[in-house]
Design a protein around this ligand. Structure first.
Ligand code: HEC
Length: 172
């Protein structure tokens, strides 16, 4: 067998051994958040939408189209009242009555119970950054300024993904 043929076998074998060992070496040190299966799916759908929105924004900024960037940011920024109330940690009104909170009240209460405060704060930070991108663009801000905001926006994605993982549970 020639040296070249030996190497041909050697590298894939080493790669397989390294891949097998990699999970032991690294481990998964992220914080586990338990969520009911359906809530996790809803969150995964939201996440894919975040990606689409970011893509739409960078697409607009690449051609310096600030009107389009503003429209993208407006669509990406949901009413902030709900996420602010989620992240505030303040006691809720009695009997589950949540004035000003539009949308699914039961989901709101589960999210507040199941998601840790730093997680909710990062979601809030992300939403507020979208609001900044929108208002800056509306005031004639430059693509460079919007890109700086976008970098902050992605900072939230990166930090949260490094810190947390979701474990689906039957109910919670
Ligand atoms: C506050 C925390 C948090 C923030 C902020 C966050 N994510 Fe996530 N994201 C998660 C977690 C946790 C998962 C893993 C969900 C799972 O697999 O159950 C996830 C999963 C995803 C996924 C995979 C979805 C799937 O179908 O499996 C995508 C894509 C994603 N995030 C994109 C983003 C983008 C883009 C941003 C920023 C604009 C972002 N996320 C911001 C927590 C966050």
């Amino acid at each position: 067998m020639s040296a070249a043929t030996k190497l041909h076998w050697f590298f894939p074998v080493v790669a397989v051994v390294l891949l097998a060992l990699a999970p032991c070496a690294r481990g998964d040190e992220r914080i586990v958040v338990k969520l009911p299966r359906a809530d996790r799916e809803q969150m995964q759908n939201d996440m894919v939408r975040f990606m689409e929105q970011q893509h739409a924004l960078i697409d607009a900024l690449a051609v310096r189209d600030m009107t389009r960037a503003e429209n993208v940011a407006r669509q990406a920024r949901p009413p902030l009242a709900r996420i602010r109330a989620l992240a505030s940690g303040k006691p809720l009104p009695p009997e589950g009555r949540l004035p000003q909170i539009k949308g699914d009240e039961a989901l709101f209460l589960r999210m507040r119970k199941n998601l840790p405060p730093p997680y909710l704060n990062m979601l809030l930070g992300m939403r507020e950054t979208w609001a900044k991108i929108e208002s800056d663009a509306a005031r004639g801000g430059s693509p460079e300024q919007a890109l700086k905001h976008m970098s902050a926006l992605q900072g939230f994605c990166v930090t949260c993904h490094k810190l947390y993982r979701i474990e689906p549970v039957a109910d919670r």
